[in-house]
Design a protein around this ligand. Structure first.
Ligand code: PEP
Ligand code: MG
Length: 848
């Protein structure tokens, strides 16, 4: 007769058994999820280890729980860190609620894929309510799926009831945003359940209208809580207060999950070490401060320190929660109206790009999460000011801690909008400081609102200790033509008002105490440069032909419509690179085919019928994440899923984009280009998709090229050249991959130089291979805009330079001063040199 208090689990997979303690994951090894055993699988179908019912099935398909008739929950977790695979490689054959028999198939998986994409294939079988088990008797050795016993469980007897839970008060936490990159998957769920179990109170976790027992891993996982999801803790019982107080900050911090950006304590602007900015260069010269170039130009003037006044707020409400909510709603409405007025006036000044920044601010005001956090604080008796301050500063701090510089830069926008509404709520206007004429502003951070309203008759330039070249402030500074340096050394904040300085926005430096002679020299240089820019712009529409008659195409790199509209005026002969990932960067959902088509069509039309447009398909991953296209966390994102690899892996995204491009091609000269191509098979697969979509749409064929930015593509250029219409060399990535140096690494930055002879050799090789096949080659990486590189690229035989927009007139002017044969001799000399520094010396020495 079988003993109902003993359960024998049968192997769900074939393979050697591994003690749970040996699993290389502390949460399983330390039995935080529960006690059990692990199998190193030799087959690819996970089977039921006992009779029971499916009570949890993760949407990523890598984990399933079967509950026995005695209520024992057996969780099976295939592989380690497999939640990151987001379902790829798994296919479940059961659904929630199904009744299963021992040996029934539950999940089929592609062992090769999982083994190569996850940390390990080891599959854990654990009892998540191990407190119901008095003794575990694991087996060892090799087991056969559906046949061999793996674990014998002796049950404790009666189910445990939480007697204290029914009594006592109910305490609810504030809304908590989950910072864990992959949400509350098995590991953080186990940590939370273990922590919750330390309290007698009944603890529940609520997401939307679903509620889970926070002491049950299975129940928590059943909520499928993702990154950024909003949850609330509800505790009932004598120690409910303590449970909510203890667990809330731990949830905000990510429950110790790796890769989690802890959300700093709300309502605090103190930077935590976790979100400290990347280390920046420091100068040893007391008269030199180093930052990053944010907006080019030289400015001479005197320091004027700008400080943001912190508006003090009372924590507790004077009125009822409803009254406070009404006050907040009114202030938000007023803020919205102010932003609308600001946009209208900027549109009136034909400054659509600046208006767009404030349109984005208006959208921030409508963010439901922001308002939810504020509302949940109001419900707890906080004042409207306090609740709003907490909501926007929490969100802003979280954004600021992201590694993605573009998203981190949005933190400043959020604080700007936040302060606008806070001013309206408190009636406290920040004191306006009037700078002297010739002012160089120094601040920790300037908001976009501050920047847009700078008095150009007084302010010559500015520098901030925070922020980067991609912030809206930097964008505004460039469009206002104000020289600016971001990320300057913090000692800038200690400079006395009136200190004479020279700010070089192009080099990203500030020089202190220049001599009167230096100031005169700079002013003269400025006048000369302004005159030169004017002259270059006047002839910018003329072609760029060397003194001996060799024509170079000079086109621009753009990120959207606003820049496309500037191309013709600057003398650009087309677009050599539309970074399509930038067009939709700030969207939270994927653009539809029609939306993409409309924007590409608008860009084509802005360029006119004669200027070609090269649209590069989405190049996300690495340093360019897209909010609506989450990519599993990877050890080496630059070497992982990025560029075309993502498009091939998720063909529906690539196909949709290709259709939009093919449709837009009917309106002008459109070419398509694939990023991050390393293998011929990748190119062939992408081209096959393009052709299938073209036939489906009955569209005309379209010129097709690739970015040459992976060394393999350059080395195999002869093979690739037969299958493309053109190459565009992405020297930013080609340099990073050839030198194996991260292009954004603060310490390595000076060495990541595209003029390194190794890169020049790859360019020479690529050009020769393309020309042998009658194909043309462009360069769209940063060196195409570098005057020292231009003669070399011409000499190496490059046909087209795709440069940053402001440099189009000057690069064209430079080409008109060069002799092709001299460029060719210089290129040959450079190829024989040993270092980038030597190449730079050689090219400077040969400058006319
Ligand atoms: C490059 O890698 O040189 C390039 C132009 O592409 P991106 O900078 O967008 O990666
Ligand atoms: Mg690139």
């Amino acid at each position: 007769m079988t003993n109902p208090n003993v359960i024998t689990l049968i192997a769900p997979l074939s393979g050697p058994l591994v003690p749970l303690e040996r699993v290389p994951d502390p949460v399983f090894a330390q039995k935080m999820v529960g006690d059990g055993i692990s199998i190193d699988p030799l087959d690819q179908c996970l089977r039921a280890p006992c009779d029971g019912q499916i009570v949890q099935l993760h949407s990523a398909g890598h984990a399933v729980t079967v509950a026995t008739s005695q209520g024992i929950e057996v969780l099976m977790h295939i592989g380690l860190d497999t939640v990151n695979l987001k379902g790829q490689g798994f296919s479940s054959t059961v659904k929630m609620g199904d009744v299963v028999k021992t040996g029934d198939p539950l999940i089929e998986f592609d062992a090769d894929y999982v083994a190569t994409h996850a940390k390990s294939l080891l599959t854990q079988i654990v009892i998540t309510n191990s407190d119901r088990v008095a003794a575990f008797a694991p087996r060892s050795g090799n087991v056969a799926a559906g046949k061999s016993a793996i674990l014998e469980l002796t049950l404790t007897g009666a189910a445990q009831a939480n007697t204290d839970a029914d009594a006592g008060k109910t305490v609810t936490s504030e809304a908590i945003l989950i910072p864990n990159p992959t949400g509350l998957h098995a590991r953080p769920a186990a940590v939370l359940a273990n922590l919750a179990k330390k309290f007698k109170a009944d603890v529940r976790l609520q997401k939307g209208d679903q509620v889970a027992n926070a002491k049950s891993v299975v129940s928590i996982m059943g909520l499928e809580i993702g990154n950024g999801d909003k949850v609330t803790l509800i505790a009932k019982g004598d120690d409910a207060d303590a449970a909510v107080e203890t667990l809330t900050p731990l949830l905000w911090e990510g429950l110790g999950d790796e890769g989690c950006k802890p959300a700093p304590a709300p309502a605090s602007f103190e930077p935590s070490p976790g979100n400290a900015p990347a280390p920046r260069a420091r100068s040893e010269d007391p008269n030199l401060l180093i930052g990053v170039a944010a907006s080019p130009g030289l400015a001479v003037g005197e320091v004027f320190q700008i400080r943001h006044q912190e508006i003090q707020v009372n924590e507790s409400a004077a009125g009822t929660p409803q009254q406070e909510r009404d006050r907040l709603d009114r202030a938000v409405d007023q803020g919205r109206a102010q932003l609308e007025a600001l946009q209208a006036s900027l549109h009136g000044q034909r400054a659509a790009d600046k208006a767009a920044i404030f349109a984005a601010h208006q959208e921030l005001l409508d963010d439901p999460d922001l308002l939810d956090i504020a509302h949940s604080a109001l419900a707890k008796g906080k004042s409207a000011e306090f609740a709003w301050h907490r909501a926007f500063s929490t969100h802003a701090d979280r954004l600021a801690s992201l590694r993605n510089e573009l998203l981190a830069a949005r933190a400043n926008d959020l604080r700007d909008v936040g302060r606008r509404v806070l001013t309206l709520l408190t009636g406290v206007e920040p004191e306006r400081q009037t700078p002297p004429t010739n002012a160089i502003l120094v601040a920790e951070e300037l908001s976009p609102s501050d920047t847009a309203s700078l008095d150009r008759s007084r302010v010559r330039g500015f520098c901030t200790t925070l922020g980067g070249a991609t912030s809206h402030v930097a964008i505004l500074a460039r469009s206002l033509d104000i020289p600016a340096v971001a990320g300057i050394e913090p000692r800038a904040l200690e400079l006395a008002n009136g200190t004479p300085v020279v700010l070089d926005g192009g080099k990203g430096i500030v020089r202190l105490n220049p001599s009167p002679e230096e100031i005169t020299r700079i002013r003269e240089t400025q006048e000369r440069m302004a005159a030169r820019r004017k002259a270059e712009l006047e002839v910018a529409h003329e072609p760029a032909i060397t003194l001996d008659g060799h024509r170079m195409e000079v086109v621009g790199n753009i990120g959207g419509l606003a820049e496309a509209e500037q191309i013709a005026g600057l003398g650009g002969e087309g677009v050599g690179l539309l970074r399509s990932e930038f067009v939709f960067l700030e969207r939270s959902s994927a653009p539809s085919e029609d939306e993409q088509f409309e924007i590409y069509k608008a860009i084509v039309e802005a360029l006119g019928p004669d200027r070609p447009l090269i649209i590069r398909t989405l190049d996300v991953g690495g340093d360019k994440p897209l909010v609506y296209l989450p990519i599993p966390k990877e050890e080496n994102p630059f070497l992982g899923e990025r560029g075309l690899r993502i498009g091939l892996d998720r063909p529906e995204i690539l196909r949709l984009q290709l259709r939009a491009i093919l449709r837009a091609a009917a309106y002008g000269k459109v070419r398509v280009m694939f990023p991050m191509v390393g293998l011929l098979s990748e190119l062939r697969d992408a081209k096959a998709m393009l052709e299938e979509e073209r036939q489906r749409l009955n569209a005309a064929p379209i010129e097709t090229g690739i970015m040459v930015e992976i060394p393999a593509a350059a080395i195999m250029a002869a093979q690739f050249a037969r299958e493309v219409d053109f190459f565009s060399i992405g020297t930013n990535d080609l340099t990073q991959y050839t030198l194996a140096m991260d292009r954004g690494h603060p310490k390595l930055a000076p060495k990541v130089d595209g003029l390194n002879p190794s890169i020049l050799r790859l360019i020479a090789w690529t050009v020769k291979a393309a020309h042998d096949e009658g194909k043309w080659v462009g360069v769209c990486g940063g060196i195409a805009s570098d005057p020292q590189a231009v003669p070399l690229l011409i000499g190496l035989g490059v046909d087209e330079l795709s440069v940053s927009l402001p440099t189009i007139p000057s690069i064209k002017a430079q080409i008109r001063t060069l002799w092709l044969h001299e460029c060719q001799e210089l290129a040959q000399r450079a190829l024989a040199l040993e270092t980038a520094a030597e190449v730079r010396m050689a090219t400077s020495a040969s400058a006319p």
